[in-house]
Design a protein around this ligand. Structure first.
Ligand code: PLP
Length: 377
């Protein structure tokens, strides 16, 4: 039927907010949505396949990050993993000022319970300076939490240096690696990470599932009391299909890390070049760190408010973000851009464009020409 409307190509360039399920995850999940529906804890044979699938998934995930299977705890996602570590650990806390609200608000709730929390500043490059740990540390500090990669500017931190610094102070180290896992290589053992949070929907897995890595032998209080699932620390019948899908998605990404990164960075270079030609005074928060996530662009376009641009691009079928997705209805200046010292007028003109593997060079050309038209250049 001809509706008379021109069909519009839709381009999704907001992969830092969420990603589409990959084929590997979809195929791995479907048998567990209907056919193999048994409860992994049952004693009869219906439990066999789901139980094995959960065991296998734990092993696959552990292998992808250099952990042991018993160090992986399934959760409902990044927010839950972050809350578990912050609320379940003991002693004073040092958290970076540009953490996701899952960390910042969990830490704020700990302050109300009388816990000592300090917020460590971030360099203008967007990198967290590990010397801040020494500067903020005091007797009784129990945990340092610094993200692996920031969700608004894509800057990646040096996890090994951070963990080493925390350990020199006999303090544990947690990293919110929600934006990093599945996108850059991470080996918890080599880096000396004690706790790590991850979320499947950021790496082409399903929503509502994630995991927490907890180094063997470390104390963390039980999150959900009930049955014996997750070693009795996070009880409740396992979300089998999602767990299986998460493992398949992570494996797929980890098996193709270099290939994906090369593709994403090619798209990024092309977009940056196109944007600079249109707006010569465009600037790119986080880029001076020379250590951003693949395909991740934060761009400030002076005198062009980001929110207006976002909606106009959306009308043209192009999805980008003006900051963290959870903040998109909040017109306050992003705490991340504030933390790296971006002036308020530039911060309100800052867009986040994050590519995924399915984006193409044609997508970049379409985005650049949309900007050209919108900015009358
Ligand atoms: N941490 C970071 C860095 C994130 O980017 C996000 C999501 O945007 C979260 C935590 C929350 O993860 P989830 O959506 O799985 O709860």
């Amino acid at each position: 039927m001809n509706t008379g409307r021109l069909s519009q190509r839709r381009i999704y360039a907001d992969h830092a907010a969420t990603t589409q399920l990959c084929d590997a995850a979809w195929e791995a999940m479907t048998p567990f949505l209907r056919e193999n529906f048994g409860n992994p804890s049952s004693l009869h044979s219906w439990a066999r396949k789901p139980r094995k699938a959960v065991l296998d998934a734990r092993e696959i995930i552990a292998r992808c990050i250099g952990a042991e299977p018993e160090e992986i705890f399934f959760t409902s996602g990044g927010t839950e993993s972050d809350n578990w570590v912050i609320k379940g650990s003991s002693g004073g806390l040092i958290v970076s000022a540009y953490e996701h609200h899952a960390i910042l608000n969990a830490a704020a709730s700990e302050v109300k319970r009388g816990r000592d929390v300090v917020y460590a500043g971030v360099a203008a490059t967007g990198l967290f300076d590990n010397r801040m740990i020494n500067a903020m540390w005091k007797p009784g500090t129990g945990l340092v939490s610094v993200m692996a990669a920031n969700n608004e500017i894509g800057v990646r931190n040096d996890l090994k240096a951070l963990a080493t610094q925390a350990h020199q102070k006999k303090t544990l180290f947690h990293t919110d690696a929600v934006q990093a896992v599945g996108h850059i290589p991470i080996n918890v053992r080599e880096c000396g990470i004690d706790f790590l949070s991850a979320s499947a929907h950021k790496f082409n897995g399903p929503k509502g599932i994630g995991f927490l890595f907890k180094r063997k032998g470390l104390e963390l209080s039980t999150l959900i009391h009930g049955g014996q699932q997750e070693s009795g620390m996070r009880a409740g019948t396992e979300n089998v299909a999602s767990i299986v899908g998460m493992a398949a998605a992570l494996k797929w990404n980890c098996d193709h890390l270099d290939e994906h990164a090369a593709h994403l960075n090619k798209l990024k270079s092309k977009l940056v070049q196109g944007l600079v030609e249109i707006v010569p005074d465009a600037s790119f928060p986080g880029s001076s760190s020379h250590n951003q996530l693949p395909g991740f662009i934060s761009v400030s376009l002076p005198e062009h408010p980001a929110e207006g641009l976002l909606h106009m691009l959306d009308l043209k079928g192009i999805a980008v973000s003006s900051g963290a997705a959870c903040d998109s209805r909040n017109t306050q200046i992003s705490h991340v851009l504030k933390a790296i010292g971006l002036p308020a007028d530039l911060a309100t003109c800052t867009l986040r464009i994050s590519f995924g593997v399915e984006n193409t060079s044609d997508d970049v050309e379409a985005i650049v020409s949309a900007f050209k038209r919108l900015l009358n250049r």
